[in-house]
Design a protein around this ligand. Structure first.
Ligand code: SF4
Length: 80
């Protein structure tokens, strides 16, 4: 899973950094948030999802990486 913060939406509420302090850092200039790492470590995914759901501005954008939980392709039936 990948994460980024939409700088145009972020209003610096700090909720994300409180929920997932290892994944978000706040600017000392304007208090806006940014992701510390684009790729979310597995053990941080739950916190990052919670932060995204808690962001009042919906500024936290998650991207599921192909292969994370890709469904198994159906096998072709060749029985006759
Ligand atoms: S919770 Fe949302 S608006 Fe607040 S600092 Fe984090 S990304 Fe920005």
């Amino acid at each position: 899973m990948k994460v980024r913060v939409d700088a145009d939406r972020c209003q610096g509420h700090t909720l994300c950094a409180m929920i997932a302090p290892d994944m978000f850092e706040l600017s000392e200039v304007d208090g806006s948030s940014s992701a510390i790492a684009e790729v979310v470590p597995t053990d941080q995914e739950a916190r990052v999802r919670e932060a995204a759901q808690s962001c009042p501005e919906q500024a936290i954008i998650l991207e599921e990486v192909a292969g994370d939980s890709a469904p198994q392709p159906d096998r072709e039936q060749t029985m006759q």
